[in-house]
Write a protein that binds this ligand. Structure first.
Ligand code: ATP
Ligand code: MG
Ligand code: FE
Length: 366
């Protein structure tokens, strides 16, 4: 099975061809950094126009790279949300047009599902259920990934996302855009212990996150004029690491607590059986995904945490962490294998939670 995937939900235009056997036949990505840099952040209207210009030639080039035509493709997957609505519409409408023209099924992929399943593209042995820390530009969540389309949100941020905190910190310190890699680079030459910064929500019962206060503290540290930007960057990164590790540790413990409750599988009706098994067995691995998962300090801290709990640790290669179309094609392949395709009138969605049943985290855990 061969899936064409399109991604256009933020400021990366991307296309990829991926098989259900995890072969990435081709993948292309066009960043728009130069267009947005003068504004210090992504401008939605500029992004949407850039996607319009870039996407069709990019799809043609991707097919050519792999020596394939649309006829060779079994289904066309595109990000249908969440994200900047103009860009999402460009990708989804393009996928619909291709699907209609080539008479192929459409698969409307949730961008977060792309991130959530991307570790399985790189790690064939990664089985459900796994505990996922999804850390990206717009999200910071702990999810129990129980299967394709089955996500249970254990925690989320009550204010900013982790990537957003990196981007705002970079802006405050004048390190440039996008912020994550710039902060990580500066942090290498800084002392992570020298600037006193808060660890919001650390130690609270529910594993939720909060980063707004940390960002404000970075602003005050800068205004104090006492510390080098490198030291602030390193101390900020350490604070984020401490928050992510504490919250993830809390989530592992709560999943394990549920598991330890007595569960009798024998007389359980079958629809409940899978769920009960996952409760009994806990999780197969600790997994991290999303753009912030490209951060080296975060990866090694989570790896150590997993080892402490005797869990395997899985993180996708760096290029699969930040936005790309291979993860969308792969999520498409997983959904296609599960018989999940979508109608051509499927709408683009600016907001689209992975776990619609999850309660909002406002004020939770405080
Ligand atoms: P979402 O996936 O929530 O819709 P997005 O698609 O814009 O948001 P991603 O592309 O998944 O986000 O991730 C981008 C984010 O990752 C940015 O906030 C960026 O600063 C951050 N990031 C990228 N590389 C690193 C790094 N090395 N260290 C820390 N943060 C990073
Ligand atoms: Mg981006
Ligand atoms: Fe993303």
């Amino acid at each position: 099975t061969l899936i064409l995937g399109l991604e256009s939900s933020c400021d990366e235009t991307a296309a990829a061809l991926v098989t259900d056997g995890r072969d990435i036949l081709a993948h292309r990505l066009l960043g728009q950094e130069a267009a947005h840099t003068p504004y210090g952040g992504v401008v939605p209207e500029i992004a949407a126009r850039a996607h319009v210009e870039a996407l069709t030639p990019l799809v043609e080039a991707t097919l050519a790279d792999a020596g394939k035509t649309l006829d060779d493709v079994d289904a066309i997957a595109a990000t249908a949300g969440p994200g900047l609505i103009g860009g999402v519409m460009v990708g989804l409408v393009t996928a619909k047009a291709l699907a209609l023209a080539a008479n192929k099924p459409l698969i409307a992929v949730n961008h977060l599902e792309g991130h959530a399943l991307s570790p399985r593209l790189a790690a064939p042995d990664l089985a459900f259920p796994y505990l996922l820390l999804l850390v990206s530009g717009g999200h910071c969540q702990l999810l129990l990934v129980e299967g394709v389309g089955r996500y249970r949100r254990l925690a989320t941020t009550i204010d900013d996302a982790a990537g957003e905190a990196f981007d705002k910190t970079a802006k405050l310190l004048g390190l440039g855009f996008p912020g994550g890699p710039a902060v990580e680079r500066a942090a290498r030459d800084g002392n992570p212990k020298v600037v006193p910064l808060p660890r919001p929500l650390v130690g609270t019962a529910d594993p939720h996150f909060s980063f707004a206060g940390l960002k404000s503290a970075v602003g005050r540290a800068r205004d104090a004029g006492t510390w080098r930007a490198e030291d602030i960057a390193a101390s900020f990164q350490q604070a984020v690491v401490d928050c992510l590790v504490d919250r993830t540790d809390r989530a592992i413990k709560s999943v394990r607590f549920e598991r330890s409750r007595e569960t009798r599988l024998d007389d359980m009706p079958s629809p409940l059986l899978d769920f009960a098994r996952s409760e009994r067995d806990g999780v197969t691995a600790l997994v991290v995904a999303g753009g912030v998962a490209a951060n080296g300090a975060i990866r090694s801290a989570l790896q150590a945490l997993a080892a402490e709990h005797g869990l395997p640790f899985v993180a996708p290669p760096l290029w699969l962490c930040t936005d790309n179309a291979a993860m969308i094609a792969w999520a498409g392949a997983e959904r296609f294998a599960a018989g999940l395709t979508d109608a051509l009138d499927t709408p683009a969605r600016a907001r689209w939670p992975l776990d619609p049943g999850a309660a909002p985290a406002r004020g939770a855990g405080v």
